[in-house]
Ligand binder design. Structure first.
Ligand SMILES: Nc1ncnc2c1ncn2[C@@H]1O[C@H](COP(=O)(O)OP(=O)(O)OP(=O)(O)O)[C@@H](O)[C@H]1O
Ligand SMILES: [Mg+2]
Length: 252
């Protein structure tokens, strides 16, 4: 299988601000890759650029070997991708069921009763009770809304799943439950995961490797254990700060 994501020499500029400069990243098939970096370092912009929502100011991006700037990049490849954006972004005027059915309506042309069954299956996979289907997003807890967003992201059986800060705003127990959900789905469905997170527990619990975004590029990609041995000041501060040590302690 071609490499799920290959970013070469990415440059991103907003006015005078250079956000990415010479950023390289390769994501391996089937891995869960964590992406960390300071707030404002350009993680979400990187995700949006990989998705083709923003055109690179320099460099190239391939998804499964297809240049996203090319004609095919937007079409067939797009359907192989599921996304959970940082802001969750469920359609507030649609029920949970309708939210999960939305990708089918957009991309697949299937009979309505089949779509209903498939959406119910995704709802169950995401760990939601069947009676959540008819509720409106506003009537759900934050943790349940995130599960609905996951159900929608996996609706079309993606090969590649993008998650932007999925556990932010959750209490530690719900966040751990969410991590378990991603691990379970990853095991069952075998997709590649690109997950942006500030959550050190998540990095320890589910990520095969972690990419560190600093100084406008990816300065390291390695396992958490390897990064903990890094001499880089930013990486050291991140993994050995007070919060880092707490996450490390909980793991044992
Ligand atoms: N459309 C835009 N126009 C101008 N500047 C932008 C735009 N989108 C993002 N930026 C800037 O790009 C930088 C990176 O933003 P981004 O949202 O990627 O940060 P982030 O690493 O995801 O941060 P956080 O951890 O807080 O989510 C920020 O300085 C932001 O202000
Ligand atoms: Mg962000």
């Amino acid at each position: 299988m071609p490499v799920p994501i290959r970013v070469c020499g990415l440059r991103t500029v907003f006015g005078d601000a250079v956000v990415h400069d010479g950023l390289d990243l390769e994501v391996r098939a089937g891995e869960i890759l964590g992406v960390v970096g300071s707030s404002g370092s350009g993680k979400s912009v990187l995700l949006n650029t990989i998705l083709g929502l923003r055109r690179p100011d320099g460099g190239t991006i391939e998804i499964f070997g297809q240049d996203i700037a090319g004609a095919d990049g937007q079409g067939a490849t797009r359907q192989r991708i599921g996304v959970m954006f940082q802001q969750g972004a469920l359609f507030s005027s649609l029920s949970v069921q309708e939210n999960i059915e939305a990708p089918f309506r957009e991309h697949a042309h299937l009979p309505a009763d089949l779509v209903r069954d498939l959406a119910a299956l995704k709802l169950e996979l995401a760990g939601l009770p069947a009676d959540a289907a008819m509720k409106m997003p506003a009537d759900l807890s934050g943790g349940m809304r995130k599960r609905v967003a996951v159900a929608r992201a996996i609706a079309l059986d993606p090969d590649l799943l993008f998650l932007d800060e999925p556990t932010s705003g959750l209490d530690p127990i719900s966040a751990a439950g969410f991590d378990d959900l991603i691990l379970t789905l990853h095991k069952a469905l075998g997709f590649t995961v690109f997950i942006i997170t500030h959550d050190l527990d998540t990095l320890h619990a589910i990520c095969d490797r972690v990419a560190v975004l600093a100084d406008k590029r990816i300065i390291a990609v390695a396992t958490v254990a390897e990064l903990e041995l890094s001499d880089d000041p930013w990486v050291r501060a991140y993994f050995h700060g007070a919060r880092g040590e707490a996450a490390e302690g909980r793991k044992h």
